[in-house]
Ligand binder design. Structure first.
Ligand code: NAD
Ligand code: UDP
Length: 306
């Protein structure tokens, strides 16, 4: 069972689980996802989709082996537009998914985030770092919901012995991100393709480390098989400034777009790079798709939808 299965990462995950021979039930309320993302899976007899809000409780017949909780708005403008829903899906939604896993004796996996580190004062970020989060800023609804979600997972492990996993996903991109998603990669790609100005927030010196979606999904499945209850960072340690990212996308797109600087959002993290030592040791996982190769693949997708 994959919550958020019609989202960007969720839909790739459903595909990969089906390819591994599992039957998949995807649940989604379409708050940020789209039926288009799972259109090609709907003819597969091992795939079922149900429109459902996991904050309302989910009761299923039959056996469930894995509960993968990916439902949540993930883009800063989208969680800023839906702050209460974001808090609910991280807290109530996570509790409901853990309750389902407990009832079915299933393994539960939480899609947590590098945002639990907030604007990090330790660089790169290892899982042992507790973070630097502003609970009352505009990102608080997302960051604190995910921090509470991690606490819920640990509580169900300790109190009920549920087999739990926590992955902390760093910036991931790929086909099926919504054009209107609002994150840097979709914005820059759509702007470059349309020949519009590339909107770099602030001076663009803040950094991110971008992972291609196929690498991420491979790590998720390895963590289901080989992981334990403690968090694992999944991301590509190749770190770039946002300005470098914008310039790379313009070059790869062969675009004439010019960079225009806009106001930096409140609490925008200044630096972000995963320390993936633990994922390497525990899972034998390393990202394989280089930054430019991944960006080219994502760009091919955006060319087909913009
Ligand atoms: P996305 O917005 O494409 O996918 C999220 C999906 O969850 C959407 O389809 C949405 O409709 C669905 N959803 C939201 N609330 C729901 C609810 N109450 N009930 C049912 N469905 C609901 O975003 P994404 O980038 O694919 O992110 C997926 C997950 O990965 C999220 O939990 C996000 O926090 C996490 N994550 C993503 C990234 C990234 O870089 N993409 C980084 C860190 C963490
Ligand atoms: N960003 C930008 N222009 C945009 C969108 C985002 O400069 O049009 C910046 C944003 O301020 C942040 C970085 O790109 O510093 C990554 O933003 P994104 O929304 O992709 O994810 P975040 O890592 O902030 O959650």
């Amino acid at each position: 069972m994959v919550s958020g299965g019609a989202g960007f990462i969720g839909s790739h995950l459903c595909e990969a689980l089906l390819a591994n021979g599992l039957g998949v039930l995807a649940l989604d309320n379409f708050i940020t996802g789209s039926g288009e993302n799972v259109k090609t899976l709907k003819g597969n007899p091992d795939f079922e989709f149900r429109q459902a809000d996991v904050n309302q409780g989910v009761f299923l017949d039959g056996d469930v082996r894995y509960v993968l909780h990916f439902a949540s708005p993930a883009s800063p403008p989208q969680y800023d537009a839906n702050p209460i829903h974001t808090l609910k899906v991280g807290t109530v939604g996570t509790m409901n998914m853990l309750g389902l896993a407990k009832a079915k004796g299933a393994t539960f996996l939480l899609a947590s985030t590098s945002e639990v580190y907030g604007d990090p004062l330790v660089h790169p970020q290892p899982e042992s770092y507790w973070g630097n989060v502003n609970p009352i800023g505009p990102r608080g609804c997302y960051d604190e919901a995910k921090r509470a979600a991690e606490a819920f997972a640990m509580a169900y492990k300790r109190a009920h012995g549920v087999d739990t996993r926590i992955i902390r996903i760093f910036n991931t991109h790929g086909p099926r991100m919504q054009v209107s998603d609002g994150r840097a990669v979709p914005n820059f790609m759509a702007q470059a393709i349309r020949g519009e100005p590339i909107t770099v927030y602030g001076d663009g010196s803040q950094t991110r480390s971008l992972c291609y979606v196929s690498d991420l999904v491979r790590g998720v499945i390895l963590n289901l098989e080989r992981g334990d209850e403690l968090p694992v960072n999944l991301g590509n340690p190749h770190e770039v400034t946002v300005l470098e990212l914008a310039e790379t996308i313009v070059r790869l797109a062969g675009s004439k777009s010019k960079i225009e600087h806009r106001e930096l959002p409140v609490d925008d993290p200044k630096q972000r790079q995963p320390d993936i030592t633990r994922a390497r040791k525990l899972l034998g996982w390393d990202p394989e798709v280089p930054l430019e190769e991944g960006l080219k693949r994502t760009l091919d997708y955006f060319r087909s939808v913009v």
